[in-house]
Design a protein around this ligand. Sequence first.
Ligand code: DAT
Ligand code: MG
Length: 149
Amino acid sequence: MERTFVMVKPDGVQRGLVGDIIKRFEQKGLKFVGLKMLQITPELASKHYGEHQGKPFFEGLVKFITSSPVVAMVLEGKDCISLVRGMMGATDPKKAAPGTIRESYGIDIGRNVVHGSDSPESAVREISLFFKDEELIDYELSLDSWIYE
Ligand code: DAT
Ligand code: MG
């Protein structure tokens, strides 16, 4: 089982899309092991998006992600890092596959509603940036045998 970090960005929260987005992950069969709302500080934003430091869109990205609360979560499931990336769709909503979250809800690349870790290394790093160990809950889902063979 893998874990991944997912976040509904400020645009998704402001637009009332939190429930719809969470519902997609629940209905897929992924397990929530952590979930909270927070306001990202500029320091946390710079760490989270550290790989993009120096790029032309970096400043706007930090301004946007710190502008209003986000809903952060840790999801667990088989191959869930790539699974969630697939459910989100391409970074630019205009290029995202039909039915994906970004295609369904977004128009501009800088307002693409949702974040998901892009690799196992990113997932570990991002989970530890946003969640303390004691905020993540280990529990059994009784539905697991109906989701996995
Ligand atoms: P992703 O969020 O799909 O992992 P990324 O890591 O390349 O994409 O970029 C992080 C975020 O930065 C992305 O969700 C939206 C914003 N972004 C990326 N490229 C951009 C660009 N060319 N112009 C404006 N914003 C951009
Ligand atoms: Mg990324």
